[in-house]
Every structure is written in C-alpha cells, then in structure tokens.
Design a protein around this ligand. Structure first.
Ligand SMILES: NC(=O)c1ccc[n+]([C@@H]2O[C@H](COP(=O)([O-])OP(=O)(O)OC[C@H]3O[C@@H](n4cnc5c(N)ncnc54)[C@H](OP(=O)(O)O)[C@@H]3O)[C@@H](O)[C@H]2O)c1
Length: 278
C-alpha cells in the first residue's frame, strides 16, 4: 500500500506521516513546496506521478477567524482543492480520507451529534469544510470523512501551547466556559486513521478523544498537569467576541467507530497528560 498525505507540515499531517513510517507503510508527506493544492494542475501531476493507493487529505485553511475576511482563499483551499483531489483519486482509483470538523454544525443540538445529523455551519471555515465533504461524497465511493475537533499535537500551534505560553506571562487567564467539545490528540488519532485506510469501512466518522469539557476546563487541566499556578476565570462566549462565530455544542458521538469495530481514542485528560509528559 502506498499513501500520500497532504498538509504534512501541519499538526495532524506530521503525525500521520510519522505513524505510517513507524508501520513501514510506503508514504509521502506532501508540503506546500511539493505542490500548492490550489494549483490544480500541479496537484494532479504530482499525485498522478506518485500514484498512491490512498490519499489522506490533511491540508486545509485552518485560521477560523481570518477566514471571515479571506472567504475566497478559504473556499479555494477547503472546497475547490478538495474537490480537485477527490477527482484525482477517482481517476487513479485511490481511496480518500478527508479530515473535517465539528464546525460543520451550528452547535444548537442538545446532546451528542450523530453522523446523520444535518450540518449547518455558522462560519466561513465550517461552510467551506462542509463543501469539501460534499464534493468528496459526490465524486467518490471509496471515502472516509473523519470529523475531529480542538486538535493538539507536538508539531504546530494549538490551544495547549498557547495556554502554556500565556501561563508563563500571567497569573490569571480568562477562558470561555460555555462551549462544550472534545480535544483530539494527533498522536492518538494517527494510528486510527492508518488502521481505517487499510479497510473498506467507508463513511463518516467522529474521532476525537473520549470525554467532554469546556475550553476553561481544558485550560485548568493543562495547568494542573504541569503544576503551574494560574487562575482560570470562567467567562462566557459573549464576553469573548471573536470574528467567527463558534458552535456552543461540539459534542460528537463516537458510535460510528464502535459499530465498525474501531477502538475509541483514550480520554482527553489522559491524552493531554501523555502529550505534556513528552
Ligand atoms: N486545528 C484544529 O483544531 C482542527 C479542528 C477540527 C478539524 N481540523 C481539521 O484537521 C485537519 C488538520 O488540521 P491541522 O490542525 O493539522 O492544521 P494545520 O496545522 O493548520 O495544518 C494545515 C496544513 O495545510 C497546509 N496548507 C494550507 N493551505 C495549503 C495549500 N494551499 N497548499 C498546500 N498546503 C496547504 C499548511 O501548509 P503550510 O504549513 O505551508 O501553511 C499546513 O501544513 C484540517 O483538515 C482541519 O480542517 C482541525
């Protein structure tokens, strides 16, 4: 099996390539200098030459707030480029695994989102990621769509690293305490994705770490684990206005993993402890 990973310089792409290499699976981690995914011809030329059996598409426009002001670019990267890659996969008969997001939902549901719940994104990033999903579903039969949320990993920037930095500078931090979701540790997710692509259990999955928290609880756990004396003030979303609106409820049901005999990722607090101990 030969696998091409896009966005190999990003948080998730980096760990997916690391996992494939660990398992001695032939792979290539493509970065922007190999091909810019909005250059459709260059993308097609590169992927067709490499001729993978699977494409794991991790590259994305991920600046959620900036996307509100860069709608065109965000659309091009997340929707059009994904459609192009799906078309290439069709031509070379490759499977495609597309990473998506909890932000395809508006967050108004009570309880956990199931895979057949109707998406209704409330920001530009979420809308473009959903268009990416729809293109994959329209073009391909052999696809996995894996929705994740609140990603953290060793490579790249994330909430955990931001909290550690702010914690060194301040004694108190205000953190939103009315948005609920689940963190996703890239080192836990990568082995699941590598297992998934070796099956034909196609479809939509939610694959965050187990358990639910708010951003404030997430922050408190970070400081507790590393033993930093930082007070986390719980504030509301209304008290912390951002350019892009975010869903208040991002709880994703993991039933699809269980039904298809995939293991759940460990509890988010255990994943966080492992990450911080590394
Ligand atoms: N981060 C989260 O909290 C989160 C939550 C839910 C879902 N997701 C999804 O998870 C996936 C991985 O996210 P991540 O956190 O690993 O993102 P990330 O760290 O921002 O990495 C994204 C990668 O995409 C690459 N990229 C962007 N535009 C490109 C282009 N035009 N051509 C080629 N490469 C391009 C970037 O390359 P450069 O390094 O050159 O810029 C970067 O390496 C994405 O699909 C994202 O939508 C993320």
């Amino acid at each position: 099996m030969k696998v091409l990973v896009t966005g190999a310089n990003g948080q998730l792409g980096y760990d997916v390539v690391k996992e494939l290499q660990k398992q001695n699976i032939e792979c290539y981690g493509a970065v922007r200098k190999d091909f810019d995914i909005v250059d459709f011809e260059a993308t097609e030329k590169f992927i067709t030459n490499y001729k993978p059996d699977v494409v794991i598409h991790c590259a994305a426009y991920t600046s959620v707030d900036k996307a509100e002001d860069e709608q065109g670019l965000c659309y091009l990267v997340n929707a059009s480029a994904t459609e192009n890659i799906a078309g290439i996969c069709k031509k070379i008969n490759a499977k495609m695994l597309y990473i998506s997001t909890d932000y395809v939902f508006d967050g108004t549901k009570n309880g956990f989102y199931e895979v057949d719940d109707k998406p209704n994104p409330i920001n530009v990033y979420g809308k473009t990621k959903l268009l990416g999903e729809q293109a994959v579903q329209k073009i391909l039969d052999k696809y996995f769509i894996v929705r994740i949320s609140w990603v953290f990993g060793e490579h790249g920037n994330n909430f955990v690293k931001t909290m550690l930095r702010l914690g060194k500078e301040r004694k108190e931090i205000n953190v939103v305490a009315d948005q609920y979701g689940s963190p996703t540790y890239t080192a836990d997710l990568a082995p699941l994705l590598v297992e998934m692509i070796q099956t034909d259990k196609y479809g939509i999955y939610y694959a965050t770490n187990k358990g639910v928290c708010t951003w404030a609880e997430f922050a408190e756990e970070i400081f507790k684990i590393v033993g930093m004396d930082v007070k986390v003030n719980h504030i509301t979303t209304a008290e912390y206005p951002t350019r892009a609106q975010r869903p208040m409820n991002s709880r994703l049901s993991k039933k699809s993993l269980q039904i298809n005999n995939f293991k759940y990722l460990k509890l988010w607090n255990d994943a966080l402890r492992q990450f911080l101990n590394r």
